[in-house]
Ligand binder design. Structure first.
Ligand SMILES: Cc1cc2nc3c(=O)[nH]c(=O)nc-3n(C[C@H](O)[C@H](O)[C@H](O)COP(=O)(O)O)c2cc1C
Length: 179
C-alpha cells in the first residue's frame, strides 16, 4: 500500500476485475512509426460535439506517438477479434508496427489505422489531454465513424475475454434501431 492510500493496489485490482468492459484497440502513428494498445477505458463523452475519452499509461509506447501525431483510432473489437486484442496488449511479445500484422487496416480521415471488420471505428483528432499521475485522459473529437452489423462485442471480465452468447446478440440486434 502506498503512503496515504486507504486501499491497497491488490484490493483495487480485485474490484476492477468485477467491471466488465468492451475491448478496443487504440491505433496511433504511421508506417513503421506506429504502435497502439488494447484498452477497456474507452467511454462515450459527448454527442453534441461527438467525442470519446480514453485513458493511457504515459509509460506506454503509444504515448509519445499520441503527442506527436495528435490523432488516433478507437477500434471497438468484435467477438471474433480476440487475437488483435492479445497482440495490442503486448501479450505475444510484438512491439510497435509488428502488432498490426495478421489483420487488415485502412484509413478514414485522420490517417490513424482503422481495423477492418471492427464492431465500430471512431477516427479521432486528439483535442484535450488531462494529466494525472502515471496516466493521461485523452479526449478525442470524432471525425469519422464505421459500423459493422451482425456480430456481438468482445468483452473483458475477471481477467479474461468473453462473448455474449450468440442467441443473446441475435435477439438484441433484431430489435429495431432507435436514434
Ligand atoms: C483488457 C485490457 C485492457 C487494457 N486497457 C488499457 C487502457 O485502458 N489504457 C492503457 O493505457 N493500457 C491498457 N491496457 C494495457 C495495454 O494494452 C498494454 O500495456 C500496452 O499495449 C503495452 O504497452 P507498450 O505499447 O508500451 O508495450 C489494457 C490491457 C488489457 C489486456
Amino acid at each position: 500500500m502506498s503512503a496515504g492510500a486507504l486501499i491497497s493496489e491488490a484490493e483495487f485490482k480485485l474490484s476492477m476485475r468485477q467491471l466488465a468492459g468492451a475491448v478496443s484497440v487504440i491505433t496511433v502513428g504511421d508506417g513503421q512509426d506506429r504502435s497502439g494498445f488494447t484498452a477497456t477505458s474507452v467511454s462515450s463523452f459527448s454527442a453534441e460535439r461527438p467525442s470519446v475519452i480514453v485513458s493511457v499509461n504515459r509509460a506506454s509506447s503509444s504515448w509519445p506517438l499520441l503527442q506527436r501525431y495528435g490523432c488516433f483510432c478507437v477500434n471497438v473489437l468484435a467477438a471474433d477479434q480476440q487475437q488483435v486484442a492479445q497482440s495490442f496488449a503486448g501479450f505475444d511479445g510484438r512491439k510497435g508496427a509488428e502488432r498490426y500484422n495478421g489483420a487488415e487496416w485502412y484509413c478514414l480521415k485522420t490517417g490513424a489505422a482503422a481495423l477492418e471488420n471492427a464492431l465500430t471505428v471512431l477516427d479521432c483528432e486528439l483535442e484535450t489531454v488531462l494529466h494525472h499521475h502515471s496516466h493521461a485522459v485523452l479526449i478525442g473529437h470524432i471525425r469519422a465513424i464505421e459500423i459493422r452489423q451482425g456480430i456481438g462485442p468482445l468483452l473483458y471480465w475477471q481477467g479474461g475475454y468473453h462473448e455474449l452468447p450468440v442467441e443473446d446478440h441475435r435477439r438484441i440486434l433484431a430489435k429495431p434501431l432507435r436514434q
